[in-house]
Ligand binder design. Structure first.
Ligand code: PHE
Length: 358
């Protein structure tokens, strides 16, 4: 009997050692210790032994059971940790890989253009300022040297709200009131850009009642028209990505700037299309000028000590020109096919270092 038990012991322990996976080990366990397992079957034969041998054989079987159970346990722990290691190695992810954006998500070309403006002027040292969409007429008109009878106040152009505390709030018709708000709350030197939403009672292929502008304002003791010109030439060339883009300053008028200049860029309209760059024609893209002394005085800034310049342009307009969008109204149709065509991948954030969209 003793040799039979020894033989069984050697067999079972070598099977345990040879099991290559948790599943194979479980089969070994069932075949050794299960109800029909080898040890169980052998123990059934104990009854046939003479009583004096039965006791010793019973103890030997119990010891074998314990030894095999312990060997199974140890092998199981070893296999499980090896299997975990293998899984961890296989399922490893590289968290430094760039994320893959959903192929359907797009950034609206208007927001792309907004980000590009911020990248260009941010690089030049401008900071962003904001103001409310609902203005009072003092900030939107009066303080900008637009008197009561000025045509810009006509109801045709402006969305007025119901009278409130003796004045009529307006949906701001330009971002220029933020010039006023900034000069009232900050001391020069001031160097801001103001991207934001604006409203006018206009609706056709190039005008929408709600649109966007970006305003710029620089005030200090010595800045002059040369800085205005240099900054805007640099901006136009960076934004359109054309190093030798012709830029022209044309005499103009705004109540809040003196002198005022409209800025045109070179283009060609040959063959019915529009190509931006050196050509035989000009395209107006923004308004600018030296801040009118009256505006500085309205804001409590001494116009004999400080001077400055400002500019403003429509974001839709420059987006349409850069990205070849023929009708402004399509920008607000929320048509996903349009957005897939004109939109940008959200993670391609424009920067002067990484590049603007072309
Ligand atoms: N506010 C002007 C407009 O809406 C643009 C402008 C801003 C012109 C600043 C000159 C200086 O048309």
């Amino acid at each position: 009997m003793a040799t039979a038990i020894d033989q069984l012991r050697v067999d079972l322990l070598s099977q345990v050692a040879a099991a290559a996976s948790s599943a194979a080990l479980e089969e070994v366990r069932v075949s050794a210790l299960g109800r029909k397992g080898a040890i169980t079957e052998q123990m059934k034969t104990l009854g046939q032994l003479p009583p004096d041998e039965r006791r010793a054989a019973g103890q030997a079987f119990n010891a074998l059971k314990d030894e095999v159970a312990a060997a199974l346990e140890a092998r199981k722990a070893g296999l499980e940790s090896a299997e975990l290691e293998a899984r961890l190695a296989q399922e490893r992810i590289d968290v430094t890989l760039p994320a893959r954006p959903q192929p359907d998500g797009r950034l609206h070309p208007l927001m792309q253009t907004w980000d590009e403006l911020v990248a260009i002027f941010g690089e030049m040292g401008f900071v962003i300022a904001e103001g409310p969409d609902i203005e009072d007429d003092w900030h939107n008109f009066t303080a900008l040297n637009i008197p009561e009878e000025h045509p810009a106040r006509q109801e045709m152009d402006t969305f007025y709200l119901q009278e409130h505390d003796g004045h009529r709030p307006v949906l701001r018709t330009h971002t220029s009131p933020v010039q006023i708000r900034t000069m009232l709350t900050q001391k020069p030197p001031i160097r801001i850009i103001v991207p934001g939403r604006t409203f006018r009672s206009d609706h056709d292929a190039t005008h929408s009642p709600m649109f966007h502008q970006v305003e710029g304002l620089v005030i200090d003791e010595s800045t002059h028209m040369g800085h205005l010109k240099g900054t805007l030439i640099e901006f136009c060339r960076a934004f359109f990505g054309i190093d030798d883009l012709p830029v022209r300053f044309r005499n103009s008028h705004f109540p809040f700037t003196e002198p005022s200049a409209e800025v045109d860029i070179g283009c060609s309209r040959k063959g019915g299309g529009l190509t931006i760059g050196a050509g035989d024609d000009w395209l107006e893209i923004l308004g600018s000028g030296m801040v009118h002394p009256k505006v500085l005085e309205y804001c409590g800034i001494d116009s004999t000590k400080y001077q400055g310049w400002a500019f403003g342009m429509g974001i839709e307009r420059i987006a349409m020109l850069k990205y070849g969008i023929p009708d402004l109204r399509t920008m607000y149709d929320s048509d996903l096919r349009w957005l897939r065509h004109y939109g940008f991948m959200p993670l391609d954030v424009p920067s002067m270092l990484g590049g603007l969209a072309r």
